[in-house]
Structures are given as structure tokens and as C-alpha cells.
Write a protein that binds this ligand. Sequence first.
Ligand code: C5P
Length: 220
Amino acid sequence: MTAINIALDGPAAAGKSTIAKRVASKLGMIYVDTGAMYRAITFYYLNQKQNFTNFKDLISQINLKLGYDEKKGQRVFINDSDVTDFLRENDVTEHVSYVASIEEVRSFLLDAQKQLAKEKGIVMDGRDIGTTVLPDAEVKVYMIASVEERAQRRLKDNELRGIESTLEQLKQDISKRDEYDMNREISPLKKAQDAIEIDTTGLSIDDVTEKIIDLTKPYC
Ligand code: C5P
């Protein structure tokens, strides 16, 4: 059962990647984390600021590839260098929404993401997957959760990754990023008309995974 695509969108830290990974593994599909692609470009932007004059120039310097590691999952390579371990750093998180609002960045990644999903069998998560990247995806889900719960989850996540943060700071970061992502001009974060909304507040990872797998049943 891989001949469909699943689009999973929603605000920051709604648990999309955890669920998308789980759904992909249960259904034998490939998980694509598009946030990591925006983060990789942001990482490159922060490190190469002095070497480009505009974003067209920056994008022309980038060869972005995704790889898969059995244990570590999706890896992101920029010009053959694996940048995945840097993508959750605070500096990247602080600047990613700005970089993701730039037209040249979005059209570059839109092409790459459409290409990845061409053959189907993809679970892709992000902000504009159901609306813009895969408007024809067979299953579209829009995941939400309260800011409090999302910040709590991200705090635990950061602790595991050894990244310093506090609950208050995370709440502010999440709200600020959502505000920016929902109000940008190109492909803002919003629920696709035909997406099913799942409020994950108080639900377990298994509950949400099962709900999404149920939505794929008509295609099995
Ligand atoms: O999902 P994650 O939190 O890693 O995404 C980081 C940022 O990348 C988002 O806050 C958003 O600005 C941007 N993004 C986007 N479109 C996507 C995925 C992520 O604009 N499809």
C-alpha cells in the first residue's frame, strides 16, 4: 500500500514529524520532513551571509539532497555535507520563518518537494503541503494542539537533544513562528479545504497514528 501521498500540515511543534514517521513506517511509505529542508537553507544562510548578495544568488550555490539512515532517519545534505545535526539549533529556529518567507527559497523547495512525491508513497509534513506542494494528495491532515502542550512536547524533545530551552521561551517561540508562518504572503500556513483536522491535545501518539491510518483505508 504505497500508491498514495499523505500531506500532514499544522503549526509549530504539533507533533507532525513524530506522527508522520510512525505512519510512514506502519504503511511502508517514505517520510519527508520539509521543515528540515527550510532549516537546512537557513543554516547555510546563517553561515554564508558574507558570500552572497541576494537569495537568488544563495540558492544558486546550493545543492540540496535528502538521504535516509536506518537508525537516524532523514538526513539533509547541502553541497554533500550532512547538516542534519545543526538544524534544531536555536539560531536556525529563530531565523527559519524569515528565510521560509522568501520567494526564491520557496520556489526552489517547492520544485524539489513535488519531485520527491512524484512516484507516490510519501508522507510529507510541513505548512503548505496540502494547499500548495501536494494539492492532489489522497489524504490530507491538519494537526493542531494547544500552545501549552506543544511547548511541553518541544521541551522534552530539546532535553533529549541536549538543546537548552525553557517552557516560557518555547511558548513564545512557537506563537511567534505560527504568527509569521500564517501571515506570510506566499503559501501561508493554513488548513487545506479538504484536510481533516485532528486536535492532538491530550491524544497519544498511537491514537493519532491510528486516526490517520484509518483515513488511508479507502485506498488500501
Ligand atoms: O516543521 P519545522 O518546525 O521544522 O519547520 C520550520 C519552519 O520552516 C516553519 O516554522 C516554517 O517557517 C517553515 N516551513 C514552511 N513550509 C513548510 C515546512 C516548514 O514554511 N512546508
